[in-house]
Design a protein around this ligand. Structure first.
Ligand code: F3S
Ligand code: F3S
Length: 113
């Protein structure tokens, strides 16, 4: 799978969403997340992110290693504010933005912009 890491937090450019052929990039409150079971590793999202937040799982920089599990955690249970698990069956567009984040993103201080 590919992983969305720290540079997306509070930026959320969303260029990646348009590129994904399987619509597996889901929107949370402060970041977007790639569903690890739905991503087909096409790689189309990675070069379009203006802040270089997207990495193939083996290439996630060490400082952001925890974002791999955090992307998966976004889909692993029922998030606050969302009545059911997100994804599988897939389709980010039909779910729309979810008013919650995975634990690592949620714990991160707000970015100064
Ligand atoms: Fe985030 Fe980059 Fe996509 S900022 S929303 S990963 S284009
Ligand atoms: Fe979609 Fe990117 Fe995976 S475009 S299929 S999330 S590599």
């Amino acid at each position: 799978t590919y992983v969305i890491a720290e540079p997306c937090v509070d930026v959320m450019d969303r260029a990646c969403v348009e590129e994904c052929p399987v619509d597996c990039i889901y929107e949370g409150s402060r970041s977007l997340y790639i569903h690890p079971d739905e991503c087909v590793d096409c790689g189309a999202c990675e070069p379009v992110c203006p802040v270089e937040a997207i990495f193939y799982e083996d290439d996630v920089p060490d400082e952001w290693a925890q974002y791999t599990a955090d992307n998966a955690d976004f889909f692993s249970g029922v998030l606050p504010g969302c009545g059911e698990p997100v994804g599988s069956p897939g389709g980010a567009a039909k779910i729309g933005p979810v008013p919650a984040d995975a634990p690592v993103v949620a714990a991160r201080p707000e970015r100064d912009t």
